[in-house]
Design a protein around this ligand. Structure first.
Ligand code: GLC
Length: 547
């Protein structure tokens, strides 16, 4: 497993660095920041889509899989990026959005123009009656998952926005097109791939959801899912010895993930699952707030760590991405304990078994955007839900509070490089406003601080590169009943790490046998090895014992 010593950094290109003052991040901007990423020590960059898209869902509505959106740059810019990244030992990962295309894609346009071949690329069905869609499924971005097309007196399926039409993977031509797209990017020197919502491509049936929920039980981890992934693997990246793949798995199960990401290499290298990022959803509902259920978070970590390990399968580890609010605001404390909690969250995650992903800005402790007006939000999901919650009778104040906690735009504001206007992201007008925190939380300030969150990430990345116990050690849960502490051991024959994390702003005590152990890394300067530990707010320690 060539990637167990590697760490991936996620760039949201639209918000990373603008080089030509159009308020939009671009490839040249990314090139200008590669030295920063090399300093951090990461091995791969995963880019959210930079290909042609009407941007209704920021690039996840693909209109052309093979060409860059000119706002990001050209193929020549990309080739330069590829060379410059390689010089710094950094590999590139692209996002493949294969569950759906934009309705602006030529396939969909042909389908709408009456071309039977392309109509079969999508999922068109008859309604249950006049004006009644084929079933009661709901789009993940609110509203029905079907759109009526008068010309055919049929409806097309869109699990996401109405402009994101689902592809029909039962059609072998669709599967071949997707494999060809992967091969095209391999020919351009891309060896890493992240497959967007890839566990939704096999729809089991099109019946009504009996629970009147959104229908996910009929299209998640569907019956032909593993077959499709194995075929895609055989016909594309599986032939590339350098490949690195990760699947985004929506509402999935361990039983499926041990197959998706089994180390036998038949499907993918690793998977993102999201259960740990729902522990603050009330009744599993994204738009209903509750404080994090810490015991549930621990339980999920243990289940996924142990479950995947037992089956020799591999997790992708992450707190943040472009779809999630900032972890420091969510699971840490972005006010009086920003540094302590930022480092604690990093340690808790990076020492687990799996491949860590860092989302831009996480390494400097960027908090949520805390926007106060709907005009500041851009994300289609947020603007849709704003309307829905209003219709449900919630006050604007309540809705803003919810969006400040949950909106995807919390992660999408410009990368905070310095304290100049627009956080140093652009000297034009940014496509989305910078978050107010940039005056105090920014890369420039961070790099001047020897005790920064950034320095802590550097150390964790270095540990993964150099310590076999971090790469290969088994994961053993500890202190499972402790109400404030998440702890575990990583162990090989001749090495052991005990990782202890206080997830709260209050002191808490733990008893652990630490005979023979020494402090290896802590987020407090003066942590001592003691089998009775009084942990300070968000204190997080790695103890090590070598045989
Ligand atoms: C994934 C992406 C998200 C996008 C959705 C639809 O969840 O990460 O940003 O909106 O798929 O493509």
């Amino acid at each position: 497993m060539g990637f167990r010593d590697k760490v991936v950094y996620q760039i949201y290109p639209k918000s990373f660095q603008d080089s030509n003052s159009d308020g939009w991040g671009d490839i040249q901007g990314i090139i200008s920041r590669l030295d920063y990423l090399q300093k951090l020590g990461i091995n791969y960059i995963w880019f959210n889509p930079m290909i042609v898209s009407p941007q209704r869902d920021n690039g996840y509505d693909v209109a052309d899989y093979r060409n860059f959106d000119p706002r990001y740059g050209t193929m020549e810019d990309f080739e330069e990026l590829s060379r410059e990244a390689a010089k710094r030992g950094i590999g590139l990962m692209f996002d493949m959005v294969f569950n759906h295309t934009s309705t602006e894609h030529e396939w969909f346009k042909k389908a709408m123009a009456g071309d039977e071949k392309y109509k079969k690329y999508y999922i068109f069905r008859k309604g249950k009656g006049p004006g009644v869609p084929p079933n009661n499924w709901q789009s993940k971005f609110a509203g029905p998952a079907w759109e009526y097309v008068e010309k055919y007196d049929e409806w097309y399926l869109h699990l996401f926005d109405v402009t994101q039409a689902d592809l029909d993977w039962t059609n072998p031509e669709v599967r071949q097109e997707c494999a060809d797209i992967v091969n095209y990017w391999i020919s351009k020197g891309v060896h890493g791939f992240r497959f967007d919502v890839i566990n939704l491509i096999s729809k089991a049936s099109f019946e009504d959801d009996p629970n009147n929920y959104d229908g996910r039980q009929f299209y998640t981890d569907g019956p032909r899912e593993h077959e499709y992934l194995q075929e895609l693997n055989r016909n594309s990246f599986g032939q590339d010895p350098e490949h690195l793949t990760v699947g985004e798995m929506s509402s999935t199960t361990i039983d499926n993930c041990v197959r998706y990401a089994n180390c036998d290499g038949r499907e993918l290298d690793m998977v993102f699952s999201f259960h740990h990022l729902k522990v603050d959803y009330k009744n599993q509902m994204k738009w209903e707030l509750q404080p994090m259920d810490f015991m549930r978070l621990k339980e999920l970590f243990v289940q996924w760590q142990v479950g995947m390990q037992e089956a020799d399968a591999w997790n992708a580890l992450f707190w943040n991405c472009h779809d999630q609010p900032r972890s420091i605001s969510r699971f840490g404390n972005d006010k009086e304990y920003r540094k302590e909690s930022g480092k604690m969250l990093a340690t808790a995650l990076h020492m687990m078994r799996g491949t860590p992903y860092i989302y831009q800005g996480e390494e400097i402790g960027m908090p949520n955007a805390y926007f106060t007006d709907i005009s500041q939000y851009v994300d289609v999901e947020s603007t849709n839900i704003f309307k829905v919650l209003k219709e449900q009778g919630k006050s604007e104040e309540e809705i803003y509070h919810i969006l400040q906690e949950r909106s995807r735009d919390n992660a999408r504001t410009p990368m905070q490089w310095d304290d100049s206007p627009n956080a140093g992201f652009t000297d034009g007008t940014p496509w989305i406003q910078a978050a107010g925190s940039y005056k105090t939380v920014n890369v420039k300030g961070t790099l001047e601080d020897p005790d920064s969150i950034f320095v802590h990430y550097q150390k964790l990345i270095e540990m993964r590169k150099t310590l076999p116990v971090v790469q290969e050690g088994i994961y053993v849960p500890m202190l499972e009943d402790h109400p404030k502490v998440y702890a575990y051991e990583r162990r090989t024959e001749d090495d052991s790490l005990i990782v202890i994390n206080n997830f709260f702003a209050e002191e808490t005590e733990v008893d652990v046998n630490l005979e023979g152990y020494e402090v290896y890394l802590s987020n407090y300067a003066d942590t001592k090895t003691d089998s009775h530990l009084v942990l300070r707010p968000y204190e997080s320690v790695i103890f090590r014992k070598k045989a």
